[in-house]
Design a protein around this ligand. Sequence first.
Ligand SMILES: Nc1ncnc2c1ncn2[C@@H]1O[C@H](COP(=O)(O)OP(=O)(O)OP(=O)(O)O)[C@@H](O)[C@H]1O
Length: 282
Amino acid sequence: MDILIRMVDVYKFFGKQEALSGLSFEVDEGEIFGFLGPSGAGKTTTIKLLTKQLNADKGQISIFGNPIALSQNNFFDNIGVLSDTTGFYERLTIQENLELFAGIHSLTEVTIEKILKAVDLIDECKKKASNLSKGMKQRLMLACAILHKPKLLFLDEPTSGLDPITAKNIHEYLIELNNTGTTIFLTTHNMEEADKLCDRVAILNQGKICACDTPEKLKLEYSNDTVYAKAKNGKQKIVEKNKEGLYDLMNWFEKNGGILTIHSSEPNLEEVFLKITGRNLY
Ligand SMILES: Nc1ncnc2c1ncn2[C@@H]1O[C@H](COP(=O)(O)OP(=O)(O)OP(=O)(O)O)[C@@H](O)[C@H]1O
């Protein structure tokens, strides 16, 4: 498997402010890679460096196996970007916007129709972009970013502010896109989204990666593993999920009339995030 993104000891300064402080990570071809971090951690700055909107002050960045500075003219044919600065033409309709983007990438109308269905904008396609709701605009930006089936897709908060059904539709489409070969780099504040979509996640804090692994492994490593028990006499007890805790629990049940209910806490990424960064996500 090829490495599509490699960052080694990357620094980015805005004046005296150090936005990235020795950032290093890799993303393999075929992955959905989640980039998580509190506000101001450096997520958008990282996407900007990886999409040539900014240059690093120090360190190495490679995309598709080559230093980003040496990337060819077709660089933008192979990537798609969704960010809060991604543009479309407000005066054009949805259909016209997509035709314009398709023209740039020499795509056919069939592709446009497929994308419109995928982002659930087919019925609105004659509406002017300026008259769309926030959720529709977000879906139009996504459509523009994925229209040319990029090898590598950057999504900065793809479902932020969207209703759960729209978010779910977008998740399903992203999984389909990933299954057909698109590697996805995504930032999100939504831990459920990260857990559901990502093969691996990196947790960024103050411009540095603090942890990087599969959601499963991170949850196992950092979550509190506790067991909640209720005895037949109504008493309740919480113990650590380890040999001593479970032994203690068995004795406790014997003294309290036996087991009524027993369940273990579900580890989640939010807990992992708090433990690693000591900060809230927002
Ligand atoms: N153009 C800029 N000029 C000055 N400072 C900047 C600029 N862009 C980003 N920064 C600073 O760099 C740091 C990282 O910003 P960045 O936008 O990458 O964070 P983020 O993790 O994407 O945050 P959020 O989740 O709020 O979008 C912040 O302290 C921010 O104020």
